[in-house]
Design a protein around this ligand. Structure first.
Ligand code: AMP
Ligand code: GLY
Length: 422
């Protein structure tokens, strides 16, 4: 079938690659130079919803997938659906679960979904007062969209206060930080679970684990994700059963009851401790880089399910089978702070020649005179699969060794936690 994918990052590259490999005709808008090697790209500003509708009318796809959160929160899926298209991606009303952490926390409280205790504050005075109600330093979150950078896992009350002040006094996240969620710090292992839903029924993808911190051993600042692997053994069958019962079912039913059924990919960020999961956050789309190993390792077609979800007739149940896979992200110098574009990238062709390996482009650019150069914080995801996780990770690092991103940085311990468990 003909498919249009909106977005242009590593997630959209992985989606495009997957759809092409399942035999479909794929168009990506705006896409990227990297994505253009797998699918047809169409320049477009994602904020221009009229242009997005016009493009779809021209291409006449059987399925439209909206990748990133911002256009979803802005209502792109609603607009496309109103134009008569089969859209995989939630309405703005359903995407609010990601667009506002305060809304998401209130939703979880209303529907008795296990999560950390929290206080919502809209002023510095209220925030300082609320700080005192926590036994240990709380996690401080700008409520709105902040490109994954609005969360401070404070090690001390002083650090929590600083984060509070930078949201409510310094406005470092703009309007996204006008409301702040303070929440109890959870302990355990994190996992990312992607749930495909038609608003009522659901299907899970193999659980994944992200590596949020910049440096090895989970040190350094939080990032959008420095690497990921799947399946994540910490999210075993017992945990999945609990999550389906206590999280997925009430979340989808709650949204439906509130008149905003969730059609698309619900990303549930979980914290798992002693075999029980609690929700850290919801996102309204696939996570990146986690979706890279999930899609690269998948052993069954996904497109029929995305299409069924978009049409409202998903066949219920279960987890799609996947083989072990891992992605190592190479980020530009300076990431997650300010990065410089235009640094040379070499060795992509050599890495691409390795079997069971695929490089997904997140922030690159190509021109005849410069070749491949960096054009973003996270530059590429080096993704590999194998008969077991150890082999997949080894292959991904083999690829990394062949690639040079000038000034680039990557972690050397992606998947190490899962290997230690094995
Ligand atoms: P979020 O954007 O809400 O996913 O937060 C980013 C990261 O901060 C998460 O992936 C966790 O690593 C960490 N985090 C967020 N909330 C909590 C919490 N309540 N307890 C412990 N860590 C958290
Ligand atoms: N890797 C986490 C996210 O996509 O939000």
């Amino acid at each position: 079938m003909r498919i249009v994918i909106f977005g242009g990052g590593g997630r959209e590259h992985a989606l495009a690659w997957r759809c092409v490999s399942e035999g479909h005709e794929v168009h990506v808008a705006p896409g990227s130079d990297g994505i253009a090697s797998d699918a047809t790209c169409h320049p477009l500003a994602l904020s221009d919803h009229a242009a997005a509708v016009a493009l779809c009318h021209r291409i006449a796809p059987a399925l439209v997938i909206v990748g990133p959160e911002q256009p979803l929160v802005d209502g792109l899926a609603d607009r496309l659906r109103a134009a008569g298209l089969a859209v995989f991606g939630p309405s703005a009303a359903a995407a609010e679960l990601e667009g506002s952490k305060a809304v998401a926390k209130a939703f979880m409280a209303r529907h008795h979904i296990p999560t950390a205790r929290y206080v919502r504050v809209d002023s510095l005075g209220a925030g300082l007062e609320a700080l005192a109600s926590f036994a240990g330093p709380p996690v401080v979150k700008a409520s709105g969209l902040a490109a994954g950078k609005g969360v401070t896992v404070a090690e001390s009350f002083a650090e929590a206060e600083l984060a509070l002040r930078s949201c409510l006094e310094g406005q470092v996240f703009g309007a996204a930080g006008d409301t702040v969620v303070l929440e109890e710090r959870l302990q355990g292992e994190e996992a990312s679970l992607f749930v495909i839903s038609d608003g009522e029924r659901w299907l899970c993808l193999p659980p994944a684990q992200d590596h949020k911190r910049l440096r090895d051993g989970d040190h350094g600042p939080n990032t959008g994700g420095m690497g990921a692997y799947s399946p994540a053994p910490v999210c075993d069958a017992g945990v999945l059963a609990q999550v389906e019962l206590e999280v997925i079912a009430p979340t989808l039913a709650g949204l439906r009851a509130e008149g905003r059924p969730f059609v698309g990919a619900l990303f549930i960020g979980l914290m798992i401790e002693q075999g029980r999961a609690r929700v850290i956050e919801y996102n309204c789309r696939f996570g990146d880089p986690e979706i890279q190993p999930v899609l690269f390792g998948l052993q069954a077609p996904i497109v029929p399910h995305l299409h069924a979800a978009a049409r409202g007739d998903l066949a219920a149940g279960g987890v799609l089978p996947g083989m072990p896979a891992a992605t190592v992200v190479i980020a530009a110098a300076g990431y997650p702070g300010k990065t410089v574009s235009g640094a040379a990238i070499r060795g992509l062709a050599a890495a691409a020649a390795l079997p069971d390996l695929k490089v997904f482009h997140a922030g690159t650019r190509h021109s005849a005179d410069e070749g491949w150069v960096t054009a973003g914080g996270r530059v590429i995801g080096v993704c590999a699969r194998g008969p077991d996780l150890r082999a997949a990770i080894a292959r991904a690092y083999e690829g990394c060794a062949l690639i040079e991103v000038v000034g680039g940085q990557h972690r050397r311990d992606i998947g190490a936690r899962a290997l230690a468990l094995a």
